[in-house]
Ligand binder design. Structure first.
Ligand SMILES: NC(=O)c1ccc[n+]([C@@H]2O[C@H](COP(=O)([O-])OP(=O)(O)OC[C@H]3O[C@@H](n4cnc5c(N)ncnc54)[C@H](OP(=O)(O)O)[C@@H]3O)[C@@H](O)[C@H]2O)c1
Length: 312
């Protein structure tokens, strides 16, 4: 297989980031979270220098510990974390707790995890049971994402967040945000895979200078088992995941694959160079299908309708 070096990406702040980021969601048990440090260390050894965590993943501390233990310098890594959707009423506290958990005095990227702000009966704290986490919240009218973004702008201006961005935004919500924002988001992190190619969003963000990061970038077994993907994997003698990551990179998107396995971590940054025709063939697999964050039969996901998200 001929591989190529994944190109670095330039953000609208001028900062340069690696072209692939490691997904740092580890699962929700204490064992999962404590165990994440070991696979963060193997990822650093494999060459990852861009890490995607979030306050709700609970892995900020293990990530910070792994980075320090690895011996690499703080300036060599791009660390991204996200504001939990139920902490929009307490943004300053949440941001400072993220820095404390990471053991860092700044983050490279700070994102609004979702466009909506919600409130749990437990206030700042995460409820203890999963059902309440997923369904037991109230969606707030205020603060809205305009208010939340204005808070992130302050962290940027103070140099505590070197860049700021959003997640789970669409053309519709980005357009709305642009009417009140002083600063254009540096990134928009969204679910994206060959079955959810979102060509319109890719074009829109390219035009506005917003880098797209693809979460759940493989589309999991469903997309890995697609015959077109398998055919190309055989042609290049690589795994289906490598074909999918190469497709993202060819489109100028930063994929955020997660793997706890040292061999698969290396695979996900060792990519074949697809031809332009192959990129088009993979993009044509699009079915506008969300696999991870999927609205229910009522068209609602986490208290917002598809229309509110701006999802067709
Ligand atoms: N912003 C948001 O709202 C949001 C939402 C969801 C996720 N995320 C971010 O996106 C990251 C990735 O999400 P994800 O875990 O759904 O993505 P993914 O990378 O598409 O899928 C991970 C799954 O694929 C397996 N895998 C990884 N590499 C593989 C390979 N080369 N061959 C075969 N299987 C492979 C992993 O298993 P092994 O670990 O065993 O290899 C794991 O089961 C998260 O960690 C998080 O950082 C963000």
């Amino acid at each position: 297989m001929t591989t190529f070096t994944v190109p670095a990406r330039k953000l609208n702040t001028g900062a340069v980031t690696p072209g692939v980021a490691l997904g740092c969601a580890a699962g929700f048990t204490v064992e999962d979270i404590i165990g994440s440090k070991a696979w963060f260390l193997t990822a650093i050894k494999a060459g990852y220098r861009f890490f995607d965590t979030a306050q709700v993943y609970g892995t900020e501390q293990t990530l910070g510990d792994a980075i320090r233990e690895s011996g690499i310098r703080r300036e060599e890594v791009t660390v991204l974390t996200k504001l939990a959707w139920h902490r929009c009423e307490y943004i300053e506290r949440a941001f400072n707790e993220s820095l404390k958990a990471l053991g860092m005095d700044y983050v490279d990227l700070y994102l609004l995890h979702f466009p909506q702000s919600v409130q749990y009966p437990t206030g700042y704290d995460v409820p203890m049971d999963f059902d309440t986490i997923l369904h037991g919240f109230k969606v707030l009218d205020k603060p809205d994402f305009h208010d939340n973004w204005a808070q992130l702008e302050k962290f940027y201006e103070a140099g505590k967040a070197k860049a700021i961005g959003v997640s789970n935004f669409s053309v519709k919500t980005l357009e709305a945000l642009s009417r009140t924002a002083k600063i254009t988001p540096a990134v928009n992190q969204v679910e994206m895979s060959p079955y959810l190619a979102q060509n319109d969003l890719v074009e829109y963000c390219k035009d506005k200078g917003i880098v797209i990061m693809a979460y759940s970038p493989s589309g999991h077994e469903k997309v890995r088992n697609d015959p077109v993907i398998i055919g190309l994997a055989k042609k290049y003698d690589v795994s289906p995941n490598q074909i999918i990551m190469a497709w993202h990179v060819a489109r100028g998107v930063i994929p955020v694959p997660k793997s706890a396995d040292p061999g698969r971590q290396i695979e996900n940054i060792t990519l074949p160079e697809l031809s332009p025709e192959e990129v088009i063939t993979i993009s044509a697999l699009d079915r506008n299908e969300r696999i991870i964050n999927k609205p229910g039969p009522d068209g609602v996901l986490y208290g917002w309708t598809k229309e509110q998200y701006g999802w067709a």
